[in-house]
Design a protein around this ligand. Structure first.
Ligand SMILES: [Zn+2]
Length: 462
């Protein structure tokens, strides 16, 4: 049998509809592989349908532009060009006539191309969307391969990379200007606000990405900050940026919190490792926020010191060091920074005596001094962890760890040879977090209002 697929086009101005054939499919014996459409036939069918549809839409649009909107006189044909339009269903060459401008008004140009003016981007938003979405989740190479597998189109990694960056740059352009202070209003206004739904918990952590610097094989690494914000109901959103590249980290964080319903009387808990980068970021976002030093980072450093202390020389003055370190931990767990620092100071004094003759003592002394400084700098962010823990409150940024993996590792450091420029990594992070948060489709619908937002857009963030 033969199956013909035709389309019927009804122009408003034409009485008779036009009919055109888009496919003719022949079938013999029924076999599992010949029942219905094959992948190739499906792709051909879509490509042909797209080509015909686009052609007719273009013809209609140009016809509508033929008469001058001011005086109604027809605008003469100058010549005809072709524009290339990249869509999900193929790369199309569309005839684009150039028309003379009308002389009823003074004009800057003698002629213009209605279609070229109407389609300045030359790429279908639908294609841009899908390309960005996939490229943010997998490598550019895989994206190119999968697009070609399921759709009648070909592209290359270079194009996908450039377009994905362009989309991310557009998103960046819409981010509000950076401010030192995002909290606004006064206490009386905050009191008058309705009760927020509950506490927001924000964890900040860092990851590292291989740097690319021309042919320099020793370009090293740079730091990427990743965060996760969780509402009282457990809805999570993630964000990320390249430290010392991003000029609007606060604005970025504020944007995420705002999308989760942040209001000025909101309780927010920020948890971080206490590094300078993240410490500055969390301030002045909301007046009612609290800042907690991540317990995990505290214990990790103490564990390393206790292990080192096991190799100290056998001497009466040093045998108590591991036990004192255990007490330091106990005091910190209960938020007693004063006692913890005091004990650290005692250890320092003991170690100083052995510093010159013993390498372990010297090493441990350095670590204890550094740790003391760390606790000192972050003393305002050290709560009574034990109490928080008993009340089921978060004390560690461990809940961000999987997000760091999601946002950074899986896409950006899986292969050792993958190297990034700060700009490239930063922009990809923006596309990636938008996709993971399930916001990419909405962003496109905001840019292109006639794009329908019915596509399933579940957040992927964990
Ligand atoms: Zn005119």
């Amino acid at each position: 049998m033969k199956v013909k697929v035709q389309i019927v086009i009804e122009y408003d101005e034409l009485e008779e509809p036009l009919t055109e054939e888009v496919a003719c499919l022949c079938r013999g014996d029924l076999l599992p592989e010949t029942l219905g459409l094959t992948l190739e036939e499906g792709k051909d069918l879509l490509a042909n349908l797209q080509a015909k549809m686009v052609k007719h839409q273009a013809v209609e649009y140009v016809a509508q532009q033929r008469s001058c909107p001011l005086c109604g006189e027809p605008r003469g044909n100058k010549d005809q060009q072709e524009i290339v339009w990249r869509s999900l269903f193929g790369k199309l060459r569309i005839l684009s006539p150039r028309l003379y401008t009308c002389s009823c008004q003074p004009q800057k140009k003698k002629s213009f191309s209605p279609l070229a003016t109407r389609l300045p981007e030359r790429t279908a938003p639908e294609l841009l969307y899908l390309q960005t979405k996939w490229a943010s989740l997998m490598s550019y190479g895989l994206t190119v391969g999968i697009l070609a597998d399921v759709l009648p189109m070909q592209t290359n990694t270079q194009t996908v990379a450039v377009k994905t960056q362009a989309v991310a740059e557009k998103m960046e352009g819409e981010l509000d200007e950076e401010q030192i202070m995002f909290a606004h209003g006064c206490p009386a206004e905050w009191e008058a606000l309705p009760m927020p739904d509950g506490r927001l918990t924000v964890g900040l952590d860092g990851g590292y990405v291989h740097a690319r610097d021309g042919d320099n094989r020793k370009a090293g690494w740079f730091e990427v900050i990743v965060g996760k914000s969780v509402t009282y109901e457990g809805d999570a959103k993630c964000f990320g940026f390249v430290h010392d590249y991003d000029e609007k980290p606060k604005s970025r964080l504020y944007e995420v919190l705002k999308s989760q319903g942040l209001q000025m009387n909101q309780d927010i808990t920020f948890l971080s490792d206490g590094g300078d980068t993240v410490r500055d970021l969390q301030f002045y976002i909301s007046p009612w926020s609290e800042h907690v030093l991540d317990w995990f980072h505290v214990t990790m450093r103490l564990t390393v010191m206790r292990n080192t202390a096991k190799s100290l020389p056998d001497h009466d003055d040093l045998q108590n060091v591991p036990e004192i370190l255990a007490r330091v931990k106990w005091y910190l767990w209960h938020g007693n920074v004063f006692r913890a620092l005091q004990l650290l100071h005692f250890i320092e004094m003991d170690l100083e005596i052995f510093e010159i003759e013993n390498e372990v003592a010297r090493k441990l002394l350095k670590a204890v001094q550094a740790f003391g400084g760390y606790i000192e700098v972050n003393r305002n962010f050290i709560p009574n962890y034990g109490e928080r823990y008993r009340y089921g409150e978060t004390i560690s940024t461990a809940f961000v760890e999987s997000t760091v993996n999601w946002v950074v590792s899986k896409r950006m450091v899986k292969k050792q040879q993958m190297r990034w420029t700060k700009k490239g990594a930063h922009l990809l992070l923006q596309a990636r977090t938008k996709t993971l948060n399930g916001e990419l489709r909405d962003t496109f619908c905001h840019w292109y209002p006639s794009m329908v937002s019915t596509v399933e857009n579940l957040p992927l963030a964990v």
